[in-house]
Design a protein around this ligand. Structure first.
Ligand SMILES: Cc1ncc(COP(=O)(O)O)c(C=O)c1O
Length: 353
């Protein structure tokens, strides 16, 4: 079957482009001390994670326990859950994961450390942890290096296995001006280094220092204290990252849609917010110059611009934000050129627990 014969809306994944993106990022990390632990929140399928591991990744980063469960079921790891798992239900699930896949989880509070310690006592297993540091994004994480060192000391005294720290400079990854992005990311990474220094001084030198996203992979990946980078979006790229990092990768993912109406200067496609996200602004035509200006539940209203869109045409959209668009779908239609060569389930879609 050819890509334009697919029923719509359908996520189309261009495997040649994916492979090129994986190879380019792997090449950046091949000869440096910093390594790549790509983030699963973008591809959400073990098919991609496996290819990233084969290209030299040291493990996979996950956003949610549900994603780690998908990876562990596929036998892929080690997995760093770059997030807090709070509450007994989560900890029981964490400790029920297969033991042959190493899982490391982030912590930031004494309460959570105590919950994990209680889980360790219940099960006899010893969860591995990194301390999450706030490097300026003001999401989770310890802000004060002395607090980080005190938490490390507390962790090392109990049954948990202390592995290091992570800090994600998410407030800088999408800054459009390269100089501004470099300055702010460098400042964030300098904050991370302050935590590393405090840990070293207290005798808890971190084995893992994880940071970085697609917009800053090269900045974090050149910072001497950083040991690994958690970039995710690079593998497919999307509209927002194409505008911020035009130097990096090609778009591998499009949404095939059908034009269902045309009125004056606008057309309507059969993909609304149940098939395409717009949290990062409007998406655009992948090959034709149009903008998906408005989404209702099942309709996308398109400013046609120069594109002569007519009912019945199938057109591909480059999502502005892949992660949230992919989350709406259950399968990728995998293509090489125009030929559909496979269908992959998006096993990690809606793995938000
Ligand atoms: C904790 C964490 N690490 C890394 C990333 C990297 O993402 P990206 O490659 O999209 O910049 C994200 C993005 O949301 C994140 O939340």
């Amino acid at each position: 079957m050819r890509r334009h014969e697919l029923d719509t809306p359908a996520l189309i994944l261009d495997l040649d482009v994916v492979e090129a993106n994986i190879a380019a990022m792997a090449a950046f990390f091949r000869d440096r001390p910093q390594k790549l632990r790509p983030h699963f929140k973008t591809p959400k399928t073990p098919e991609i994670a496996r290819r990233q591991m084969e290209a030299g990744a040291i493990g996979i980063t996950a956003a949610k326990l549900g994603e780690a469960e998908v990876l562990a079921r596929a036998g892929i790891g080690p997995v760093l859950i770059a997030n807090q798992l709070v509450g007994r239900q989560k900890i029981d699930r964490l400790l029920a994961l297969p033991e042959h896949v190493e899982i490391i989880v982030a912590v930031e509070s004494l309460l959570n450390v105590e919950e994990l310690e209680a889980g360790a006592k219940r099960t006899g297993r010893r969860p591995h942890v990194v301390i999450e540091v706030d490097t300026g994004m003001h999401r989770c994480g310890t802000a004060n290096p002395e607090d980080t060192a005190a938490l490390a000391e507390r962790i090392a005294a109990g049954p948990l296995v202390y592995r290091g720290i992570m800090g994600y400079e998410g407030h800088t990854v999408l800054l459009p001006d390269p100089t501004d992005r470099r300055e702010k990311a460098t400042a964030a990474l300098e904050r991370l280094s302050a935590h590393v220094r405090a840990l070293r001084a207290a005798g808890f030198s971190p084995e893992i220092v994880s940071a970085g996203g697609t917009g800053t992979y090269d900045i974090a990946g050149s910072q001497p204290d950083v040991t690994e980078v958690q970039a995710g979006s690079y593998v497919f790229m999307d509209g927002r990252y194409r505008s911020v990092r035009p130097d990096l990768g090609q778009p591998a993912l499009t949404l095939l849609t059908t034009v269902i109406a045309r009125h004056g200067d606008y057309a309507v496609i059969d993909a609304g917010m149940k098939a395409l996200s717009n949290d990062m602004g409007p998406s655009a035509g992948a090959r034709l110059p149009f903008t998906v200006a408005r989404l209702s539940e099942e309709h996308g209203t398109v400013q046609t611009g120069e594109a002569d869109l007519q009912p019945g045409m199938k057109v591909e959209v480059l999502p502005s934000h892949n992660d949230t668009t992919i989350n709406l779908h259950s399968e990728y239609y995998v293509v090489r050129g125009d030929e559909v060569v496979d269908v992959w389930p998006v096993e990690g879609a809606r793995a938000y627990r």
